[in-house]
Design a protein around this ligand. Structure first.
Ligand SMILES: [Zn+2]
Length: 232
């Protein structure tokens, strides 16, 4: 294979020594072959020596690229790389490790996984909020009795500075609504109350939400979860 390159020899004496060829399963013709995206499907890489004979340099026969070779090249490149401007949430940027943090959010997917794991029974979860840090966290109550239509649990005792903001329970495979039992339970609390129902339905769970405030029940027109679109 002949190499056509637009890189010129430099005063620093860089010499083309190796070629790494990347392969992936065939894509549709209209895909951008040079897009710097994560490839889907099967991938393979080989590393080749570059021979400098008469005229153009030539890629010689190759061997499969190993992780060790990739690491050596990545480290070597890292020594001369231009410093990158990284997002504020990156904690560690190293050729082998990239670590970042994301702000705490109400993790609705985690809660739904917990509620589904209890099927066919009802289950519950609480979102709590820290008045000093503004952090949210999830707590699951100790369950005394759980059936498909009844749930008896102990509300978790919260550390100082933490408050219950959202009281969530499931109706298992039944629909989401506030029952007479729910009304009695919520009559003296100030919180967001959520019921998830139809947890095993293929078109996803249903949700009923309300703000409970001093005996009033105010419907919430939108999901209280940031970024949640399934219930709107
Ligand atoms: Zn209920």
């Amino acid at each position: 294979m002949t190499i056509a390159t637009r890189f010129e020899p430099t005063d620093g004496g860089l010499v083309l020594t190796n070629a790494i060829l990347l392969y992936r399963t065939a894509m549709r013709a209209d895909d951008d072959r040079y897009a710097m995206t994560v490839p889907r499907g099967d991938t393979f890489a080989s590393i080749h020596a570059v021979e400098h004979g008469e005229g153009q340099p030539t890629i010689a026969a190759g061997t499969p690229l190993t992780r060790a070779q990739l690491r050596q090249w990545t480290e070597a490149l890292g020594r001369t790389a231009v410093p990158e401007i990284l997002p504020d949430n990156v904690l560690v940027a190293h050729p082998d490790v990239l670590a970042w943090w994301t702000p705490a959010k109400m993790r609705i997917a985690e809660i739904l996984t917990h509620l589904r794991a209890a099927l066919p029974n009802e289950a519950a979860a609480f979102v709590i909020w820290n008045e000093a840090t503004g952090d949210f966290a999830i707590r699951y109550p100790a369950i005394d009795q759980a059936t498909p239509s009844r749930l008896v649990y102990r509300t978790p005792a919260l550390p100082a500075g933490w408050h219950l903001v959202c009281d969530i329970h499931s109706h298992g495979r039944a629909s989401a609504f506030f029952s007479a039992t729910d009304d009695a339970d919520d009559a003296h609390a100030t919180k967001i109350a959520i019921v998830f129902g139809n947890l095993a339905a293929p078109d996803g769970p249903t949700m009923a939400t309300r703000l409970c405030a001093g005996g009033m029940f105010l419907p919430l027109p939108r999901s209280p979860f940031a970024g949640d679109h399934h219930a709107e």
